[in-house]
Design a protein around this ligand. Structure first.
Ligand code: ATP
Ligand code: MG
Length: 407
């Protein structure tokens, strides 16, 4: 079948009024960005759905594949757009049915948005079904459980006919929901947490706490690569790399060993909080999960969270690890996340961290040093990279240059 359009259905159809306009405009921008580099298509975003007109040379599979990752799209169908005369409609339905496997069953499903069309839904179904039966061998009708449904939409401008419905990513278009700051560690969880919030339409910038020489350059490159994978979905993402060594050392100097983990997290939160205000974000997102490790008990979260009044979103709070791993594979970050480069916390992790930190004790340990200046200095010395889907680290670029020279 030679398709000439893609029909793109929006998610969350309950959105009304000016919200809908914002939603559709943002989705159109996101679709354009995602299809960059391809050609032979024209995007037409309407109020209730989007059509993508295809020229003969368009790579339809690649386009569908990219669209299926964009939040705000419920489903996609390759369709043919035809005139409203019966002869044309019947012929098109027959062409679809000729592609079904032998002995298959089918059903014609008509939706009639054009109420002035001379035939009603039932008449049309009978007419088109009859044409298929008389022109295609070895096929029968089954209205309850057909192998194939030929969908016929009678709209004002034309008739759209299709069989396949490809599931989209759902959610809301990224860019319609304000900005958040994602704490991105290089582990399995935080990239998944980022995608979960993006699904609700928010934009992310990422923050990574880097403690050289305790954490290697590879650990940082891993975070850059994770950001790059997320950018494939939503376009360029800012990654803020915080020089965290001094703070981490200082915590280990003044805080009781069993409490260094809690206190380190509190320092991260204080830095993140300052950055949130600087970049105009409204929330911090992290990959915390209830009960996984010492730093993720309720008591810990209470102690860590108390340094900020900014909302801290934890989209993975109640997930099982298995569920997170499935999602991580799905979004394509798993292979990178499991590379064995330590993050700043593993290095300093005490053998026996307290799992139920006493809030007053943490505060008391920290009160022996004025951390504020160090925190401000960490914020002032943040290195910010803008990572797009084709981002290359200096090392990757050098390797590429060497290969090119050699060729
Ligand atoms: P992840 O798989 O995301 O690393 P985790 O199960 O290892 O999570 P923790 O190490 O306790 O859990 O970290 C909890 C959360 O704190 C992480 O999901 C991340 O959001 C944040 N975090 C931890 N370390 C860093 C870091 N070095 N830079 C930025 N964020 C961090
Ligand atoms: Mg981790």
């Amino acid at each position: 079948m030679k398709y000439d359009h893609l029909l793109v259905r929006y998610g969350e159809l309950t959105l009304k009024g000016s919200n809908r306009k914002k939603f559709v405009n943002q989705l159109r921008d996101n679709v354009h960005r995602s299809l960059k580099g391809l050609d032979g298509f024209l995007v037409k975003g309407k109020r209730d759905r989007m059509y993508i007109e295809l020229q003969a040379h368009a790579d339809i599979d690649e386009i569908i594949q990219r669209l299926s990752k964009i939040f705000g799209i419920k489903s996609i169908s390759p369709v043919i757009k035809i005139d409203k005369d019966l002869e044309t409609i019947n012929q098109a339905a027959v062409s679809f049915a000729q592609q079904f496997e032998a002995h298959s069953t089918f059903k014609i499903d008509v939706k009639r948005a054009d109420k002035n069309y001379p035939m009603d839904t039932y008449e049309l179904q009978r007419e088109i079904g009859g044409a298929v039966l008389s022109n295609v061998d070895d096929i029968t009708v089954n209205v309850k459980k057909p192998d194939h449904e030929i969908k016929v939409e009678v709209r004002l401008d034309a008739i759209y006919m299709y069989v396949d419905v490809v599931a989209g990513a759902g959610g809301l278009p990224v860019g319609t929901g304000g900005k958040t700051l994602l704490m991105l560690s290089g582990g399995i969880d935080s990239p998944v947490a980022g995608v979960e919030v993006m699904k609700r339409g928010v934009t992310i910038e990422a923050i990574y706490f880097h403690s050289p020489p305790f954490t290697s350059e590879q650990a940082k490159e891993k975070v850059i690569e994770l950001t790059r994978i997320l950018a494939e979905r939503v376009g360029p993402i800012k990654l803020h790399i915080v020089p965290f060594t001094e703070l981490q050392k200082q915590v280990n100097k003044v805080v009781h060993p069993r409490y260094t983990m809690t206190s380190t997290r509190r320092m991260m939160m204080r830095v993140a909080d300052k950055l949130v205000h600087k970049i105009g974000a409204y929330a911090i997102v992290n990959g915390e999960n209830l009960g996984q490790v010492a730093s993720q008990t309720l008591q810990s979260m209470y102690a860590i969270n108390s340094v900020t009044s900014t909302p801290v979103l934890r989209p993975l709070l109640t997930y099982d690890k298995e569920e997170i791993i499935v999602k991580s594979k799905d979004i394509g970050t798993f292979e990178t996340s499991i590379q064995p480069f330590e993050d700043c916390c593993t290095i300093f992790t005490p053998k026996n961290p307290v799992t139920e930190p006493n809030f007053d004790k943490v505060v008391q340990y920290e009160s022996t040093f004025d951390f504020e200046d160090m925190i401000n200095s960490a914020v002032d010395n943040i290195e910010t990279l803008t990572i797009s889907s084709d981002y290359k680290t200096e090392k990757q670029q050098q390797t590429d240059d060497l290969i090119n020279d050699f060729l």
